[in-house]
Write a protein of this length. Sequence first.
Lengths: 194, 542
Amino acid sequence: MKKDIILAGVGGQGILSIAAIIGYAAVQSDLFLKQAEVHGMSQRGGDVQSNLRLSDKPIASDLIPHGKADMILSVEPMESLRYLPFLNPEGWLVTNTKPFINIPNYPAEEDIMAEVKKLPHHVALDAEAIATELGTVKAANMVMLGAASPFLGLEYEKLKDAIRFFFGKKGQDLVDLNLKALEAGREFTNKNMN
Amino acid sequence: MQKQLLLGDEAIAQGAIDAGLSGIYAYPGTPSTEITQYVIDSKEAKEKGIVATWTANEKTSAEAALGVSYAGKRAMVCMKHVGLNVAADAFINSSITGANGGIIFVVADDPSMHSSQNEQDSRFYGKFAMIPILEPADQQEAYDMVHYGFDLSEKYQVPVMLRITTRLAHSRAGVARKASKDQNKLKLPDNFRQFILLPANARKQYKTLLNNQTHFEQEAENSDFNIFMDGKDKSMGIIACGLAYNYLMENYPDRNVPYPVLKVSQYPAPKKQIEKLYNECESILVLEEGYPILEELLRGLLNNGKQIKGRLDGTIPRDGELNPVIVAKALGFNIPELREIPSLVTGRPPSLCKGCPHIDSYFGLNEALEKYGKGRVFSDIGCYTLGALQPYDAINTCVDMGASITMAKGAADAGLKPAVAVIGDSTFTHSGITGLLDAVNDKSSITVIILDNATTGMTGGQPSSALGKIEDICRGIGVEEEHIRIIKPLPKKHEENLKIFEEEIAYEGVSVIIPRRECIQTLNKRMRDKFKAKQKAEAEKQ
């Protein structure tokens, strides 16, 4: 088992919270893991990514080689395209469709979606709308994780355990809400796999 | 014990806690910040009574650590690569005094300049100081090397450098811990002259350092971190330093490299092993995350030996960090065609946060300077360096910590009037005070704007040494009372602030304006924590 995942987004969108949950689930599944993060200047509203590598064998490089990523999981649509040179020919692109616009020359949304749809394997969903419907926009990242869950190579139950672990301190309500968000994302992918 | 998922930085911190550390000192700087932050936040470190603290700058950090070593205890000092420039005086001279308790200088380099102004390679400094250097390939080695490094430091009474780069610093992997050691007892140096670098003593101490070079080399030859792996194909031998070893191995999923490989993670370079590789192979490929240091040594000035491939002959780009694909190309592998980034994808540079006080300061300053024309704002290092970007376009320089004030002074001396310096509160106490003193002594005509957001913002909101002290410092070094102006940078105060900017910029002498408003990030965090505490208190009442 070996999965190379690029997490993408904008500084402040919380992609590291997704990484932390996958990471915990991977460790609980006795897998090796390497996860390269971006700290420092870029975190101030710039483009950020995290290279997440899971494997049942020891992992050499902290960085995913170009053309080898099994998935790009992006919480922002334009950012999902920035890392295409890393995606392998059969890889999946899973992206949120809600743009984060903090630059004056942000491209037209329909142009971005047209590029996303060119890919043989993609899932695009408005995670914020789904999360808002469930009760809070804050659960959008868990919707995205749910949407990516069929491609992670991890047992779904392990992801749920990881959510219980991370949100447990904050009360059962929040655990339930995030589990629902995870499920909603997963359901979307299962219905709309392209 | 189950492995812990740790950043390279955190592995070093945990290693230090477990290896009997007594004191750790640092000034925050990407990518080194998380080492000291981890120890500061560690409950275990608190229970063990470890001193963990942010200091005014890297030089004061290094000297405090050397003091801990003098007292016989284990000390660590952490910095980013350019921080070592600031600490260089203490660093180089500590190689002459030597150590008593173990001391490790952790230096985090930033090839590709993700968050820095250059990509200098700290191994040069280590070689310059003639001390052992450790360069881990992964998080586990980073952890293990702290234990080993302290022992090595105490064995030869010499400071040891632990050099990492951004990718290792900020990448997480599983780390297995060793048994925890007690701290050393207070024990003064056996020789009370060891730390007195009067020429007569320094000459003796220097000889000791020189005599130890063969021992350091021998340690590198015997080190478990330097590994010679034989290979059948002798057409090429590979030297892979530190992190570069991972990128090499990434290209051989079953780890069966056909060529002989020497993994180098401890310096001075293991000469005998390199000689064996050189003699056996027709050519040598050198993979280094940083400057071509070993490569240059191998080539020599005349480059009249065997073919040496690396950054100097174009096999690998001359600048920037390595990655698996760069190494694949150097190994002669074909790279499959990659997808391209669609042309509509635009850059998304970092920017000042919404509600950041610097925004209001820059809008005020820009307007006040309009009548003088562009090109007269000397700035410094911090979040406010983003004032170089649109829509502010407000600053003209960013060189090194503190250079804003002194460069403005020089430009004013040369006739540029008015000249303005923009510096943050934490950068001011790091390296700005002495420059301001120069300007006061010379009555230079400059306006110094000290952006006081009450924190070290860019690195994540560490406490600023300047907190509550800025006007007193300015007064104390002789800035005239009536030319120390404090303003509150807020949109609604724009007109009022603009007038103050204009008045002080027009003043021919040293004036200081202190725009004071808390960083929006630390403010939000404080409010969140307060809210949580209130919620908790209410829950307990019920």
